[in-house]
Design a protein around this ligand. Structure first.
Ligand SMILES: C[S@@+](CC[C@H](N)C(=O)[O-])C[C@H]1O[C@@H](n2cnc3c(N)ncnc32)[C@H](O)[C@@H]1O
Ligand SMILES: [Zn+2]
Length: 294
């Protein structure tokens, strides 16, 4: 529920605490943000555009495709990684950035008992869905790049599944003994569709770039590759393409024409890396403070 996450949030304009007041969240400086009737709060700063936000049809397609269960092995691996990384004694919420429909965050919360989840996404259509995905999720419209509207150190876990990564902000919002779990496509992900449908392909250097972009603030502690073949109908291929970035470059008509030529079932490779990271100064924060020893 949204009210459960207010204590984790902060004003994106001034960084101050926020409090509910007459259908808005407000800080002491008077910055005010609307709480939508659909159960999410919009904490976008004024200047932010919807640029890379998923559109309503993309979010709808994602909801349909994920419900079919083909990505359940990704959720399983993600949940296992979180269970392995999350220490009971580390307080705080589970944050998913670029949470989309909330499929992964809801699945992880199901396996964690009492933790509260914060779903952040630039798309209000995504936030609307994520708000309904689980009783313990509060959904927030926010931009990962312009500073996350979360207080420092409040997250026990940050999840990032196919979404933009801001290493500096991830480490700021994480508790010192918290963990970051990142899911990225490998170069083989959806390879068959890249070839026949002209989808955007995954840069083969993506994995090393991901590790590199995080390496200033995080240490890798483990990774698992999830890979399997999916046998999809033409309709499922259409949903899968429509939920992703290629849908921005391919008209619905072109997509329909190309999908109609594919013999069913369409064999498509699912291939992702689920990687766990810890903030670099975790050791320092749990002991070894200069001057602490006598
Ligand atoms: C590929 S989708 C992944 C959604 C979800 N994690 C999943 O795997 O089902 C990427 C998501 O990131 C969101 N997004 C894009 N740019 C963003 C930004 N700057 N800040 C926050 N979210 C962003 C999109 O709206 C979209 O929901
Ligand atoms: Zn403020």
């Amino acid at each position: 529920v949204l009210t459960d996450v207010f204590a984790y949030l902060r004003c994106p304009a001034c960084g101050g605490d926020v409090h509910p007041a007459a259908g808005t969240l407000r800080c002491a400086q008077g910055h005010s943000y609307d709480i939508a009737r659909q159960g999410y709060v919009n904490l976008l700063g004024g200047g932010a555009g919807a640029g890379t936000a998923d559109t309503a049809p993309m979010v709808a397609a994602r909801g349909v495709f994920l419900a079919a269960g083909y990505f359940a092995p990704v959720l399983d691996a993600l949940a296992r990684a979180v269970e392995a990384a999350l220490r009971e004694d580390v307080p705080g919420c589970v944050v998913e950035v670029g949470a989309g429909t909330g499929y992964y965050l809801a699945g992880v919360l199901d396996r964690l008992g009492e933790r509260t989840g914060v779903a952040l996404d630039l798309s209000k259509y995504a936030a609307r869905r994520a708000a309904r995905a689980h009783a313990r999720i509060g959904a927030v419209v926010a931009d990962t790049w312009s500073g996350m509207p979360l207080r420092s150190g409040v997250a026990a876990v940050v999840l990032d599944v196919f979404a933009p990564r801001n290493a500096a902000e991830f480490s700021r919002v994480l508790a010192p003994a918290g963990s970051l779990v990142v899911v990225t496509p490998t170069a083989r992900h959806l390879q068959e569709l890249v070839d026949v449908l002209g989808l955007l392909s995954v840069d083969p250097a993506k994995e090393s770039r991901t590790a590199e972009s995080l390496s200033g603030a995080f240490d890798p502690v483990g990774a698992e590759i999830v890979e399997q073949e999916m046998s999809l109908s033409q309709a499922e291929v259409t949903e899968l393409v429509s939920m992703g970035p290629s849908s921005r470059h391919l008209s619905a008509g072109d997509l329909a024409a190309r999908v109609a030529d594919l013999p069913e079932p369409v064999h498509v490779t699912l291939s992702v890396t689920v990687a766990t990271y810890r903030p670099k100064d975790a050791g320092r924060a749990t002991g070894c403070r200069p001057g602490a020893a006598s």
